[in-house]
Design a protein. Structure first.
Length: 382
């Protein structure tokens, strides 16, 4: 399709003058027919789109809404002979549907289907008058072809722009995540080494003081030492959760098991970790899964009122799949992720962390039905 490479502005400017004249009786009659049968033709077009399995990333209601808008802009372009409005709409449409995975062939396909639906309608109207039918089709088909090219070119141009922007954004997010992980590692080491050494020195000082004190006062210092041990334990837990050493030394599965044990001790949640990664996977993937599971467990502990959580890891070829399920109270996913609260931001953070590595994350939940988080990441990430 060499015409697809043409700039959309050039396409819009090549419409013949005869096509642009509003007074053209053939076009007036054509537009009147398309407006008169607007509802029926839109319904037929929408059904053809669904049967052809185009725009599958959209539900029927969304398809119907887009069909209505595209149809009206299409007829307006036929009526005026100027495609700038249609081109602008095609760009706006592209911005909305490209992030949802709609492909170029789908957009071209739906426009060609509309051309076919309208051509069939014109044939049915004028089949008893072949000469009139020829005049109508000779006027309609060149304009319809130019409209299809305009929409396709606009979509391709916008798709290329969005893809460039997405790649730049993903690279920024990836570098930001790496920087945050390095900072978390630095803080974790400070907590483990520096704070740990200070606590050890305090222990020794308290023990030395207690040795020279009478029994009642020494007993009170024993309580202080007990509190210091609890502080030390909490600092160690925070250090490991900030940057689990096992993630670096032993890999994802041991790190998740250690994380689950810590959350259980802190909250009482029964957490099972199962499956296998089939060996080590790239560090970025291990970190993304670990952080996402960590966020999911924190959400369960805070909000879910659950008693059991299951974490399952499986590797299938070049994809690692992680599923976290709980038996909690569940929630309305759209309502929670649409808010700016801590929980909603945490769930969005999981999605972004996975998406930036080329993976997919899905959160399924409903009030009273628990929650299931599914992540799938490619292991070809370095």
């Amino acid at each position: 399709m060499p015409a697809i490479q043409t700039d959309a502005r050039q396409v819009a400017s090549t419409v013949p003058a005869a096509t642009r004249r509003r007074g053209n009786s053939v076009f007036r009659e054509l537009v009147a027919h398309l407006r008169e049968h607007r509802t029926r033709l839109r319904m037929e077009w929408a059904q053809r789109i669904i049967e052809a399995r185009l725009l599958t990333a959209m539900n029927r209601k969304e398809v119907a809404a887009e069909v209505a808008s595209i149809y009206d802009n299409y007829v307006k372009a036929l009526q005026t002979g100027t495609f700038e409005v249609l081109q602008a709409y095609a760009q706006d449409l592209s911005e909305r549907i490209i992030p949802r995975g709609v492909q170029t062939h789908e957009v071209v396909g739906i426009v060609l289907l509309l051309r076919d639906v309208l051509a069939r309608s014109l044939f049915a109207k004028y089949q008893a008058d072949p000469a009139r039918l020829d005049r109508v089709l000779n006027a309609y088909e060149p304009a319809a072809n130019r409209i299809a090219t305009t929409v396709a070119v606009s979509f391709v141009e916008e798709r290329e722009r969005i893809i460039r922007h997405q790649r730049e954004t993903e690279e920024v997010l990836r570098r930001l995540n790496e920087a945050l992980e390095e900072e978390a590692k630095r803080i974790a080491l400070a907590l483990h080494d520096e704070a740990g050494q200070m606590l050890a020195a305090v222990h020794l000082a308290v023990a030395e003081i207690a040795h020279d004190l009478p029994a009642p006062a020494a007993d009170r210092l024993d309580k202080v030492q007990h509190l210091l041990k609890e502080v030390e334990s909490q600092l160690r837990r925070l250090s490991h959760e900030l940057r689990a050493p096992m993630l670096d030394t032993h890999g994802l599965m041991p790190a998740l098991e250690f994380l689950a044990k810590g959350v259980h001790q802190r909250t009482g949640l029964r957490i099972s970790v199962g499956g296998s990664t089939g060996g080590r996977v790239p560090p970025l993937v291990e970190t993304a899964i670990y952080r996402s599971v960590q966020e999911a467990l924190n959400n369960v502990a805070r909000h879910a009122q659950a008693t059991k959580v299951k974490v399952d890891i499986r590797r299938n070829g070049n994809t690692v799949r992680c599923v976290v399920t709980d038996d909690g109270v569940g929630f309305d996913v759209d309502a929670v992720t649409g808010r700016n609260g801590r929980r909603g931001l945490g769930l969005l953070g999981i999605r972004e962390r996975v998406h930036v590595l080329g993976g997919q994350a899905e959160i399924l939940s409903a009030p009273g039905r628990g929650t299931k988080l599914t992540m799938a990441l490619p292991v070809g990430i370095s």
